[in-house]
Ligand binder design. Structure first.
Ligand SMILES: C[S@@+](CC[C@H](N)C(=O)[O-])C[C@H]1O[C@@H](n2cnc3c(N)ncnc32)[C@H](O)[C@@H]1O
Length: 428
């Protein structure tokens, strides 16, 4: 049977035909170490293949490298596959009653890695063309993929944490992902296990260094900022939602930036993380040039870069493996506190949080070590630091570890829960 002869009903999201093994493209992203394929082959021979492997419509393997190897070991010529057709997902909502195979944990993550770049690129294209946001756009991409693989987006995020942990430290977490994939342990229980370890480590770090807690509350950023006295803040360290997550970047920036800057002392400083999009940069730079930003002089554009991005990107674009950080200094700000001159670079490289480096609580979580570096350089122990878009509390926790008073808000209940799980306390 050739690729063209594979019977695929393209208007169904997932179908499970068999395809010839020698037609499957494995690609380069699968690890070479496949573990005990003989044992897996024996199990498949005895009980059959419970989960078909996952491929796209070009027979590119998405998940199931070990099962494929086991079929080869058994000298089988064909293998059952679940075929994913991204165009179907882009075209329409997934019907609730679509016939689907259950994906195992590692497959859910593989499917997400496969789908996400294209769905995000499509959403960006739509925005560039000025089309109204579709249900596929922005924050909905995650939800869409989760729905496609048959779970909620929180479960999918937990699955990602487990897979990333196992990829990074197979000795420590490799068995856990196997247990989850074989249904011996639930995604939730496995996630909790990883989290418990992370919390224990965070608590130990706090016990070593912490002089103050990380404070967060659920509130809209503007309401929060309006409650602060003008020129009462030493450091604004924040990471507002990006261009791709909001409807109108200009009115969004207008709604909070000048207000936040008005709260910074003349001796104060600000680091504002923004997305790697021309339109976003342009909007912020314009706003700074024309409003309260003038008090801080010309902003310096710093860059946070990372190499651990996932998934292929469309061939017409480079991976956006950076964020801009707009760095502002009040007219009387002290010199940078760069203990080691080696740190005084405008490009800072830190891996993006994934379970290899720290547990991921928030989609846009920032590296805590980067936060600590900026806080050390841009404030001192007497400083008061605010974050009006605190997310999972990275900047507040880093402030607390460095003994700085801090306060942050986030408007999202779920996100606040994550921050509390990480060690933030709710401020009343
Ligand atoms: C890019 S994320 C911050 C991630 C954070 N730096 C971390 O490491 O977890 C932006 C956050 O802003 C929050 N947010 C968006 N609009 C807001 C508003 N008007 N007021 C308060 N929080 C808001 C979102 O819920 C989201 O958690």
């Amino acid at each position: 049977m050739t690729e063209m002869e594979v019977e695929v009903e393209l208007d169904t999201e997932i179908v499970t035909p068999k395809i010839p093994i020698d037609k499957i493209n494995i690609g380069k992203r699968f690890r070479e170490e496949l573990g005990d394929i003989k044992a897996l082959a024996e199990s498949i021979r005895d009980v059959g293949l419970i989960h078909p492997i996952v491929v796209d419509i070009n027979n590119q393997l998405i998940a199931g490298r070990r099962r494929l190897a086991a079929f080869e070991h058994l000298e089988r010529k064909e293998i059952p596959v679940t075929i994913i057709n991204i165009e179907d997902i882009q075209k329409a909502e997934i019907a609730e009653n679509v016939e689907r195979k259950d994906f195992i944990c590692s497959e859910m993550v593989a499917v997400k890695r496969y789908l996400e770049p294209e769905l995000v690129a499509t959403a960006e294209e739509r925005m560039k063309e000025g089309k109204p946001s579709s249900k596929l756009d922005k924050g909905r991409t995650d939800e869409k993929i989760a729905k496609y693989v048959g779970v909620g987006k929180t479960t999918l995020r937990k699955a990602e944490t487990i897979v990333e942990a196992a990829e990074d430290d197979p000795e420590k977490w490799g068995e856990l992902i196997d247990e989850v994939d074989s249904d011996e342990t639930s995604i939730n229980a496995a996630f909790k296990k990883i989290q418990a370890q992370d919390r224990a480590e965070a608590k130990a770090a706090l016990a070593r260094t912490g002089k103050t807690k990380a404070h967060i509350k659920k509130q809209d950023c503007k309401e929060f900022l309006n409650e602060l006295d003008d020129k009462s803040v030493d450091l604004l360290l924040t990471d507002p939602p990006y261009y791709t997550d909001i409807d109108d970047i200009e009115s969004f920036v207008d709604s909070w930036l000048d207000l936040a800057l008005s709260k910074i002392k003349d001796t104060g400083q600000a680091y504002i993380f923004i997305g790697a999009y021309a339109k976003e940069l342009k909007t912020y730079l314009n706003a700074l040039e024309n409003g309260e930003g003038k008090r801080f002089g010309e902003p310096q554009i710093l860059v946070w870069t990372y190499k651990n991005t996932i998934g292929p990107k469309p061939k017409t674009q480079y991976k956006r493996n950076w964020n801009a950080i707009l760095y502002l200094r009040g007219p009387k700000a002290p010199d940078l506190n760069c203990i080691e001159l080696v740190e005084q670079y405008s490009v800072q490289e830190f891996s993006a949080p994934d379970a290899r480096h720290e547990v991921k609580y928030h989609k846009w979580q920032k590296p805590i070590d980067l936060a600590k570096r900026l806080i050390t350089q841009g404030s001192d122990e007497a400083s008061f630091i605010i974050d009006p878009f605190a997310g999972s509390g990275t900047f507040l926790l880093a402030s607390s570890e460095l003994g700085r008073k801090n306060l942050g808000v986030d408007e999202d209940d779920e996100v606040i829960k994550k921050a509390v799980e990480r060690g933030c306390m709710i401020d009343n």
